[in-house]
Design a protein around this ligand. Structure first.
Ligand code: PMP
Length: 299
């Protein structure tokens, strides 16, 4: 990790509350509601060849997440879309990652925070997606987390809210300490839910099976992959899946803006062999993000 430049020490500029500011000056005070009480939502988007994939969908979800947390973003969706592009252009990033974040400020420092300013920042950094299908098809190994995704009446599960990631970081750290790449999480009922930052799919008899997104994010990549599968005449079955059923599936992969389509070879005691359907969807998704569907282009 020695050669990784800390994120607060990078060069260039980022978009902060309406304008570009020098990267290292985009500061917030330690007494910030978003930091203490988790009043914070964010997005994670990828830029491929100068185009932010599904920018509008990500911005829509950012606004939805903020609304769920009772925060009114003081910009329009069009302004945020333009700001994402402006921030990417300022850094001259063609293949990278876009991180918009919305959080409550410092005006009030207690549970009640009705009068805090809603801040918005957008940072873009280089993050090429190294796409070597043969390497990827080996699959990653997942642990099974002891943490459960909460019920929709326990936490705002349809928001991409910072607080929901507490159990993701705990699960991922526990998995990494045992040599796994990531962890699969069950939900509050004991059904298979998702990975710590990605949705999950299985293959059985030529069909895709994926958990119903009723207590976790219905990922934008998940939706893209379902559409791609249907276009390839691959049936998609959204249903509740019990961990015991994992013995019946031949293939498994996870999906996310960062993870893209990542084949899985192991989940705890269960084994999978990335095969034809995973490969087809992985390649079709890679084609789509690299140009088939343009949502916003620049440069
Ligand atoms: N679940 C979680 C917990 C995530 O963090 C992500 C990544 N945003 C996803 C699912 C996948 O969402 P998307 O495909 O929209 O990136």
């Amino acid at each position: 990790m020695a050669d990784v430049i800390p994120f607060d020490q990078r060069s260039g500029s980022l978009w902060y509350d309406g304008k570009l500011v020098p990267w290292t000056e985009a500061k917030t005070h330690v007494l910030t509601h978003g930091l203490h009480y988790g009043s914070c939502v964010f997005e994670g988007e990828r830029i491929y060849g100068g185009t932010i994939y599904k920018l509008k969908e990500h911005t829509q979800r950012l606004f939805k997440s903020a609304e769920v947390l009772g925060m009114k973003i003081p910009f329009t969706q069009d302004q945020i879309n333009a700001a994402c592009i402006e921030a990417a252009q300022a850094q001259n990033i063609k293949d990278g990652y876009v991180r918009p974040v919305v959080y409550r400020g410092s005006e009030m420092m207690a549970v009640s925070a009705q009068n805090t300013k809603i801040h918005v920042a957008i940072a873009v950094w280089e993050w090429p997606s190294y796409f070597d299908p043969q390497e990827k098809l080996k699959g990653i190994r997942l642990d099974i987390s002891t943490w459960k995704r909460p019920a929709p009446d326990t936490a705002p599960t349809q928001a991409k809210a910072a607080g929901l990631y507490m159990i993701c970081t705990l699960s991922k750290h526990a998995a990494e300490s045992k040599g796994y790449a990531d962890a699969m999480m069950l939900d509050y009922r004991g059904y298979v839910a998702e990975a710590t930052g990605a949705n999950i799919f299985f293959v059985k008899d030529g069909s895709l099976h994926t958990p119903i997104a009723d207590c976790f994010l219905n990922g934008i990549t998940r939706q893209s992959v379902i559409a791609i599968a249907k276009a390839h005449q691959i049936p998609v079955i959204e249903r509740h899946i019990l961990p015991d059923e994992l013995t019946q599936f031949g293939e498994c992969f996870i999906t996310g803006s960062a993870a893209e389509v990542t084949p899985v070879s192991e989940i705890g005691p269960y084994r999978f062999k990335p095969g034809k359907i995973t490969e087809t969807l992985m390649n079709a998704y890679a084609d789509e993000v690299r140009g088939a569907k343009v949502s916003a282009a620049y440069g």
